[in-house]
Design a protein around this ligand. Structure first.
Ligand SMILES: [Zn+2]
Length: 196
């Protein structure tokens, strides 16, 4: 919320000399929507679109279950229009996108290392209680479903078929997942991300 001389305004307000300006973050407990002029409202369910330099961050967010679009060939205007149409928050290390007048929701990532970037997003947007690890494909953002073991016999290595009972498939790219050697490593990564 932005107040100028105690009145709520939006970003079109032109500042004049001696204006008194107050800026407040999102109100989570009080419903002040009748009072504010700023649009759009903050999103309760957080979905993201990551810019071309944040592929690893996108994978980590998907690993934690967050709906995160990422393609390394999207132009800035495509990212912005997708963000508006699908109500997604733009994650970027490019201030240019955020300064574009059309962009409505965005966040500038401060950290440089992908695991730290993911931790930054989780804590910045207060997502710690909303994580659903291993429900979404890290490659394409599709959701998993459990698949009958017999159906994957020719689709996974023999050893995996022998040692594991539970298999999951991405509904979009059809990739098969199981809790193999990488699983323990991913658990440690999740633990690091979710620990303040
Ligand atoms: Zn997939």
């Amino acid at each position: 919320m932005i107040l100028v001389n105690s009145h709520s305004v939006d970003f079109n307000y032109h500042i004049i000399h001696e204006d008194r300006i107050s800026i407040y973050p999102e109100f989570r407990l009080l419903d002040i929507s009748p009072l504010i002029q700023l649009k759009p409202k903050p999103l309760r369910i957080k979905r993201f679109i990551a810019d071309a330099h944040l592929g690893k961050l996108a994978s980590y967010l998907r690993m934690l279950g967050f709906d995160t679009l990422y393609k390394n060939d999207l132009r800035d205007d495509e990212i912005i229009s997708c963000s508006i149409e699908e109500k997604r928050i733009i994650l970027t290390r490019d201030l240019g996108i955020l300064k574009n007048g059309k962009a409505q929701r965005g966040y500038f990532i401060r950290q440089q290392i992908p695991v730290d970037q993911c931790q930054e997003v989780i804590w910045k947007f207060n997502l710690i209680g909303q994580t659903m690890p291993f429900t979404r494909c890290m490659e394409c953002n599709g959701l998993f479903f459990k698949i009958n073991k017999k159906r994957v016999k020719t689709m996974v290595p023999d050893k995996a078929y022998l040692f594991f009972q539970d298999f999951y498939q991405c509904r979009d790219c059809r990739k098969i997942y199981w809790k193999g050697s990488h699983y323990e490593k991913m658990l440690k990564t999740i633990d690091r991300i979710c620990t303040p």
